[in-house]
Design a protein around this ligand. Sequence first.
Ligand code: NAD
Length: 253
Amino acid sequence: MTTDSHHATSTELSQVVNALRNATKILVLTGAGVSAESNIPTFRGEGGWWRSQNPQELATFTAFNKDPHFVWKWYDYRRGLVAAASPNPAHRALAAFENSDREVFIITQNVDDLHEKAGSSHVVHVHGSIWTVICLKDGTSYEDRRVPLPELPPRCACGGILRPGVVWFDEDIPPAACAEIEAYFRRVKIDMVLVIGTEATFDYIRDWALRAKNSGALLVEINPSETALTPYVDVRVGGKAGEILAEIEKSVH
Ligand code: NAD
């Protein structure tokens, strides 16, 4: 995607602020960019590569199957980054948009827990959580927040190798997350969709955004660069999520 030289103007910001003031149902789709200002690198951005490895090749079941120890080293390092991270003004603004009249439903591709730490109450993790481990032998799944992990790969009490509870590039998204999102679409008439810090390369992300737009929601994108969704958005706010959302939060109340 090309880097956009276009920066947020007050017209675009006030369009978003006005729409937010009147909106009662807001869908938010977030990607790695929303956590970039919390020092968690995006895969494609600066600092995303690890030990000269391309994350898009490491984040696969194939890579894990070939060398679980190496892939776990990368996850152990990333768990350290996430453990040390705090929500930035973008996460905080999204949490602050919730009130008794306004429901904010967040679908995140992030495996960190910064939306929850900021106080958002409806968050669906379509790509799982970096704090979950799943046993490859008995299938149990549980939370393990130890950083660093005492042994790599970590093992389940049954002796089986544990894997990170995340969705890799060669895997499908969890049916439970899809069911929750379907139920949301059936229940809610969405007023506004905010797509923040994601390339929108996955077809399901584009589909959810366009489905809401086609049923009447205003589609807004916040990203310093253009994305696969840019041609379809009603309002594009070019810039960093933390900076833009902090501005919006100041004006909306
Ligand atoms: P992505 O689709 O998440 O893209 C990152 C996007 O963020 C880009 O469009 C970039 O322009 C934008 N961006 C960068 N800095 C920004 C900022 N300050 N404000 C707003 N937008 C900004 O793609 P990816 O990074 O290749 O990640 C692929 C997948 O890997 C993700 O969907 C996620 O599942 C996982 N991932 C998760 C985390 C995390 O949990 N924090 C971090 C990296 C990757």
